[in-house]
Design a protein around this ligand. Structure first.
Ligand code: MRU
Length: 365
């Protein structure tokens, strides 16, 4: 998508320098910083520190990490070591493991001399596929928004709510939850998006930055405001992303998503999840019991980062000194609270049957 009139992907390969370039998301929305990722350790740190973040983007980054590993040490041991290092970076988003497994499975049967070139091409393919998947999610999600718009008086906006950042910078391009919004806006449908702040890392600020850059009307709201807005008929549709969806349709996404689903259910507001197929974990059925939830640093809760009055970015403490903080980074929304899943192949029920009907080739494996 565009930043100040220039089209960017959230990562790209610099052919001249033979290096991956990323947008360092720790400084957004206040500063747009681009940086290279040069060593395998740097790849791992970029994912751990959330310089890159969002399930699909983590997967694509890891694929480029495997390409670097294949360049430095293409032996079976070298590739396995890289797999282990990168797989340990973040536990919840399944796209990471999906990309690493795909790379390992494609590379190890090849002669060692062919692996570096094949790994780089595979990383490019994974990135390009992500863009196409998200574009298609947008096309399918657009039908939901169009349908709501058709039942409103002309010119009245469709009011959406989203949580976290499932935008283009959480993917390679388009985003998952935002792709229907971008496509609806481009189709001339008036929108207004309620953007949850998403403490503690405030990914809502990233979503607001994205939507603002695309000209989509939105309001940045506190994480606790959504239920009130739904009670007062201010939300027509909720769309969130997902970091891992079980074969039965349970959805694991950023902490707080579950509460939004409960409020949506109580108020009869449709709650959809934008789901690229690499985010389905076909090995898992019960999301609450089986999906590992990342526990992040206390400091992310006790302190906040923001723009200071002098225009610099600073950090300040909000909790009393010495107070223990808890920071579970994701939660699971059971499938019974999910109205539907918006995938690249269409919209389906959040259920084993629904997913299997759209993805018979993947479900059967
Ligand atoms: O901790 P983050 O910022 O990586 O979490 C991101 C999310 O929870 C997104 O909603 C999810 O990855 C879907 S991104 C298309």
């Amino acid at each position: 998508m565009k930043v100040n009139g220039t089209h960017y992907r959230s990562l790209w390969w610099d052919n001249d320098q033979s290096v991956l370039m990323i947008i360092d998301q720790r400084w957004l929305p206040h500063e747009f910083r681009i940086q290279p990722v040069e060593t395998l350790e740097d790849y791992a740190a970029a994912i751990v520190e959330m310089r890159v973040r969002g399930a699909p983007l983590i997967g694509a980054t890891a694929a480029y990490g495997m390409a670097l590993a294949a360049q430095k040490d293409p032996s079976d041991e070298g590739l396995q070591q890289a797999w282990t290092l990168l797989n340990a970076t973040r536990p919840t988003a399944i796209n990471l493991r999906w990309a690493l497994d795909r790379c390992l499975a494609a590379l190890t049967p090849l002669p060692v001399a062919d692996r570096a070139a094949a790994a780089l091409q595979l990383a490019h393919d994974i990135a390009d596929e992500d863009v196409e998947i998200n574009r298609r999610i947008g096309e399918h999600g657009l039908t939901l928004i169009r349908d709501i718009a058709s039942r409103k008086p002309a010119g009245e906006p469709v009011r959406l709510l989203t949580h976290c950042n499932a935008g283009w910078i959480a993917t390679v391009d388009w985003g998952t939850a935002t792709s229907p919004m971008y496509q609806a806006h481009d189709a001339g449908i008036p929108l207004h998006v309620w953007v949850d702040e998403t403490r503690p890392r405030n990914q809502g600020a990233l979503t607001s930055w994205e939507l603002g850059s695309h000209g989509i009307a939105h309001s940045y709201i506190t994480d606790n405001a959504g239920g009130h807005l739904m009670q007062h008929g201010q939300v027509d549709l909720v769309i969130t992303g997902t970091d891992r969806t079980t074969r039965c349709g349970d959805v694991c996404n950023k902490i707080g998503t579950y509460l939004k689903a409960l409020a949506a259910h109580d108020n009869g507001v449709p709650f959809y999840v934008a789901l690229p197929s690499p985010t389905i974990d076909w090995t898992v059925s019960d999301g609450v019991a089986e999906i590992p939830i990342e526990d992040r640093a206390e400091r992310e809760v006790s302190h906040v980062q923001g723009l200071l009055d002098d225009g610099t970015i600073g950090v300040t403490q909000v909790s009393p000194t010495g107070t223990a903080c808890g920071n579970p980074a994701f939660d699971v929304t059971p499938s019974r609270l999910v109205t539907g899943l918006i995938t690249e192949r269409g919209i389906c029920a959040a259920s084993e049957d629904g997913l299997a009907q759209l993805f018979p080739d993947l479900a059967a494996r």
